[in-house]
Design a protein around this ligand. Structure first.
Ligand SMILES: Nc1ncnc2c1ncn2[C@@H]1O[C@H](COP(=O)(O)OP(=O)(O)OP(=O)(O)O)[C@@H](O)[C@H]1O
Ligand code: NI
Length: 337
């Protein structure tokens, strides 16, 4: 297998009330092309920080050390630099650059100040670039664009709360169409046709009607389907789902997990599935990485992690899940249930 991403010695510190909060500490991890990798750990263990670092979405105030190599160029036809018309208006005052290793994606990119959304072109990152801290963008003027993954084009990101990535006042069809217009240069009519196909692929009923609907007209599960459609619209190599099913009830959660599994298989995408639920992660992932307090404590094949965890913390996560009334994680044949 070939690594799509190689993360080396990645550390992230946030600043809070003048003090540094270490969110990740010396993470080393290879994500193989085409694999389904789950990242698990309890709240605050650094899962989202890792996902945001990979996607280039960390706030400018975060201090990042280490490198993240993106080796997708061998899997994709080289694409030209994003035209200046859709580049964000990056002011020199933004963020810091650092930690650039030759040939590596620098883990540090430049970022806008939180909430300064007006400086970002509305065509760029609208669907998948939004996060609670405000939209962030890599400074493409300083880095060879073929070496860094571009959010929306190379990486699709699905957040826990679809409302945070969907624009409440824009029709759904337009939101999805903008992704393919921006990243693969479709015309509006092509982009709308593609949006409709995507709504069919995520199994939304009445895709034609959904094209013209607004997010508030859909249920939580339907909104998450729309967010997934937008995330995969430009056929990214990597899909990151950060607690994408945590806000949904159990039945809808299972449906969304099944949807993600199908789409990833159909498109040959690499998946990073983030969850605090080891059992849910085990249903989807081939490998599981266990984070604890910003450290990678265990990484292995799902079967090994579930059957023979090496680290006491993984065992504790399993034990916490395996309450007396819990379903067994593996059935008698050793198949994940
Ligand atoms: N913007 C921020 N500013 C300051 N500290 C932060 C920020 N974001 C996260 N942290 C801290 O960094 C650590 C890791 O947080 P992170 O959100 O990555 O964990 P997580 O595993 O995703 O947790 P959860 O399961 O609750 O989503 C925590 O201690 C958290 O409080
Ligand atoms: Ni999180």
């Amino acid at each position: 297998m070939t690594a799509l991403l190689t993360i080396r010695d990645l550390s992230v510190r946030y600043r809070r009330d003048g003090a540094a909060v270490a969110a990740l500490n010396g993470i080393g991890l290879e994500v193989e092309a085409g694999e389904r990798l789950a990242i698990i750990g309890e709240s605050g263990s650094g899962k989202s920080t890792l996902a945001l670092a990979i996607a280039g979405l960390l706030q400018g105030s975060a201090r990042i050390d280490g490198t993240i190599d993106w080796q997708a160029s061998q899997f994709q036809t080289p694409r030209s630099v994003t035209p200046p018309s859709v580049l964000p208006d990056i002011s020199p005052a933004r963020g810091e650059i650092g930690s650039v290793n030759a040939g590596s994606l620098p883990a540090v990119s430049t970022f806008g100040e939180g909430g300064n959304e007006s400086a970002i072109s509305p065509l760029e990152g609208e669907m998948s670039g939004r996060t609670e801290g405000g939209v962030t963008e890599r400074d493409l003027s300083k880095i060879d664009s073929n070496q860094i993954p571009l959010l929306g084009r190379d990486i699709g990101f699905v957040f826990q709360d679809p409302s945070s990535s969907l624009d409440p006042v824009m029709p759904i069809g337009k939101q999805i169409a903008e992704v393919t217009r921006t990243h693969i240069g479709l015309t509006w009519s092509q982009a709308y046709a593609k949006a409709k196909t995507l709504l069919e692929r995520v199994r939304l009923p009445a895709p034609e009607a959904v094209l013209h609907a607004y997010p508030h007209q859909l249920s939580g599960g339907q909104k998450q389907r729309v967010a997934i459609a937008a995330a995969i619209a430009a056929a990214p190599k990597l899909l990151i789902a950060d607690e994408a099913t945590s806000a949904l009830d159990t039945i809808v959660q299972a449906e969304i997990v099944a949807l993600i599994r199908r789409l990833v298989a159909e498109d040959g995408m690499t998946l990073i599935f983030i969850s605090h639920d080891i059992a849910l992660a085990a249903t989807l992932a081939e490998r599981i990485a266990v984070l604890r307090s910003g450290e990678l404590v265990e990484l292995g094949e799902t079967r090994q992690i579930i059957n023979a965890p090496r680290h006491a913390y993984t065992r504790a996560l399993l034990d916490a899940h395996l309450g007396l009334d819990a379903e067994p994680l593996l059935d008698r044949q050793g198949v994940l249930t």
